[in-house]
Design a protein around this ligand. Sequence first.
Ligand SMILES: Cc1ncc(COP(=O)(O)O)c(C=O)c1O
Length: 393
Amino acid sequence: MTQTAASQSRRLAAVQAPVIPIVGRWTAETPGTISLGQGVVSYQPPREAIEAARRFGDHLSDHRYGPVEGLPTLVSALESKLARENHITVRPGSRVLVTAGGNQAFMNAVLAITDPDDEIVLLVPYYFNHEMAIVMAGARAVAAETMSDYQIDLDAVRRAISPRTRAVVTVSPNNPTGAVYPRAALQAVNELCRERGIFHIHDEAYEYFTYGGVEHFSPGSLPGAAAHTISLFSLSKAYGMASWRVGYMVVPDVLFEAVNKIQDTILICPPAASQHAALAALQVGREYARSFVGGLNVTRRAILEALSASDVPCDVPTPEGAFYYLVRVHSSLDAMTVSERLIREHRVATIPGSAFADPAPCSVRISYGALDSDSVIEGLRRLVGGLRALAED
Ligand SMILES: Cc1ncc(COP(=O)(O)O)c(C=O)c1O
């Protein structure tokens, strides 16, 4: 491609267009569409968080730049939370930084560890913003396929690692598949990364969303993991705080200075009002999120039951976490077409699996985090009807 003064960089031209706005446009053009699209929860932040934000601003210091790594009170509350819930001991081996969401935490990690043309291994299907961040940084995303139930295939991860690899990324509970990786699988990836002298980046944005007694595990808690493990977290889903832009990351001590430089340049400091709200949310604690998980589990089971009926042309590995299903659709059409026609002809929005680089020929992601029970029933009726109609094309 030739470049003129007025064109975007080749690096950015290579980044895939985000799919959510495209699906959003189809949805806006089709009034009455029920969205099983964007991954959001139905609930608001805890009252205490909103009150903390309302109290914010009385002191002159509230309006000045704060520490690059986040307010000391919040950093210290996060360190306690990580020790108590994730069994991750921060300091001396690692450090916590507050970020503007989990996405920024991932970008910080990629910028801190890659040079141009370095590689990062992503398990497919992957969270598309991870791939976009890697390409944006001038590095390369290398795909490692997962098993048919979306669990980790360690041999595929091994095969994807080259001398240029800087990290392997895992996401559990997973977006887009809902898979929860057991301790042994995460331990195996973490050990492999240590053996190869590369980082293990683990995204735990959905840590509180597991079902049927399945346990969440943080590989950053493993003995000897601190020096090569980057753990990413978010308050967006856990506390219904997506717009507040608060996440955090645990980085090996050796990367703290690099991430500080990045954060100082891009963010200067995390937004103070959001940090005060986040601190109040953390004081309410994980029970807040867990109180919604029972309801989500009912929805999850209803979807599984509807899609498992023998005359629905799809198959669905049963997820144990997050609030997603990645449904393999039996159709000769591609995923973008199926997703668009489900909206335009059946008024139900899903995200095409191709956006997550799903190797399956046709799949769609269903998100059920934000649905009330009436919308679930009607959304499912439309989805099942739509899948049946499209299969006949
Ligand atoms: C796996 C994963 N990580 C990170 C994020 C982004 O979270 P945040 O809002 O904290 O940037 C999402 C959002 O959907 C996600 O699915």
